[in-house]
Design a protein around this ligand. Structure first.
Ligand code: GLA
Length: 380
């Protein structure tokens, strides 16, 4: 069985809650997966990121913060599993996590077995405080992948070394199912600089930093351009950025879908607004992301500040997105030669949820600033 045959879909605590994550938040989130339609739309993992820790006990085992998780982690897992969802956790390949909590370096085997006792289905494995060389990255990620495999539980392994040592070249070989390709995302269209460093905007991560990586993605092994910021609207307790417009969040979601990226929601879904829910549950766009062929899309061409991206789909279909990175509305026109296709195709607009007829030459659409049009082409 291939783990993660399509890009993993779920929710991670970090982008919204950071250090304030606790059992109540996780339970509310699990309930909201069901009530908001996210589960029906295909989201399944609920992942607790950094700063869940109490410490490491005299028996050598990690234990959670008793204030935040009074009933322990197995109870959280049970709550999630009882709702037909899957449970993920976080550790780090160095001696400490990014948030300064005890991590798994040289404790890989005992930590993997603790996580398996808690019945996790997914592990995000970070890179803070580890010796930052390619040899150590391959060694540490392989050692944890092997420790997870030895537990005999199916655990998706998410490598988070920020692209420092080109994990797309070795991540699959050492047992990773996905690997971060960049530093952290901010809740912003443009990069956010501050005292702490930089958080990358949607534009630089999505349009620039994934280019050329498409050949490394496929069923069971995905490039990960970091989690979604859709719906945060500048309210994150942890990451910076003043938030984005609905148009920008829609573009972010569309681009991540075209990129066959993991769709890890980061906002507070128990309190999300209607526009956020509508974006996150657009099943036609999600279907591009989850297409079984597992191809990562790429930029087919650009004209000024507009770009046309394509993603080959199973059964001869094609996902096509028109993006406008400029500040004024533009008409974007794709000739079939731009897309390297010929013949007659039916065209469907996946945000308008409308068929747009057929063509054997071209398609055009008006696209708002920072906006997109997402289409599915199917041989007629
Ligand atoms: C790193 C990761 C983030 C998050 C934090 C937690 O910055 O890249 O995604 O997990 O650590 O401290």
């Amino acid at each position: 069985m291939t783990l993660a045959p399509t890009p993993p879909m779920g929710w991670n605590s970090w982008n919204m809650f950071g250090a304030t994550v606790n059992a109540e938040v996780i339970k509310q989130t699990a309930d909201s997966f069901l009530s908001s339609g996210l589960k029906d739309a295909g989201y399944e993992y609920i992942i607790i990121d950094d700063i869940w820790h109490g410490g490491r006990g005299p028996d050598g085992k990690l234990f959670p913060d008793k204030q935040k998780f009074p009933e322990g982690m197995k109870a959280v897992a049970d709550y999630i599993h009882a709702r037909g969802l899957k449970f993920g956790m976080y550790s780090d390949a160095g001696p400490l996590t990014c948030g300064g909590r005890p991590a798994s370096q040289d404790n890989e085997e005992i930590d993997a077995s603790t996580f398996a006792e808690w019945e996790i289905d997914y592990l995000k494995y970070d890179w803070c405080h580890a010796e930052d060389t390619r040899a150590n990255a391959e060694y540490r990620y392989k050692r944890m992948a092997e420790a997870l495999r030895a537990t005999r539980r199916d655990i998706v392994f998410s490598i988070c070394e920020w692209g420092h040592h080109s994990p797309w070249r070795w991540g699959e070989r050492v047992g990773g199912n996905l690997w971060r390709t960049t530093g952290d995302i901010g809740d912003s269209w443009k990069d956010v600089h501050n005292n702490w460093g930089i958080l990358y905007g949607i534009e630089s991560i999505g349009f620039e930093q994934q280019r050329g990586l498409e050949s490394y993605a496929g069923p069971g092994h995905w490039n990960d351009p970091d989690m979604l910021v859709v719906g945060l609207r500048g309210t994150s307790r942890e990451i910076f950025g003043a938030g984005c417009t609905d148009t920008e969040y829609r573009t972010h979601f569309s681009l991540w879908s075209l990129l066959a990226a993991p769709l890890m929601i980061g906002c507070d879904i128990a309190n999300m607004d209607a526009a956020t829910c509508e974006i996150l549950t657009n099943e036609e766009v999600i279907a591009l992301n989850q297409d079984p062929l597992g191809k990562q899309g790429w930029r087919a061409c650009r004209h000024g500040q507009t770009e046309i991206w394509k993603k080959p789909l199973a059964e001869g279909g094609l996902g096509v997105a028109f993006f406008n990175r400029g500040e004024k509305q533009q008409t974007v026109r794709a000739h079939w030669s731009d897309l390297e296709i010929s013949g007659r195709y039916t065209i469907r607009d996946l945000w308008a949820h409308q068929d747009q007829g057929t063509s054997d030459t071209e398609f055009k659409a008006d696209v708002a600033p920072h906006g997109c049009a997402v289409l599915k082409l199917q041989p007629a």
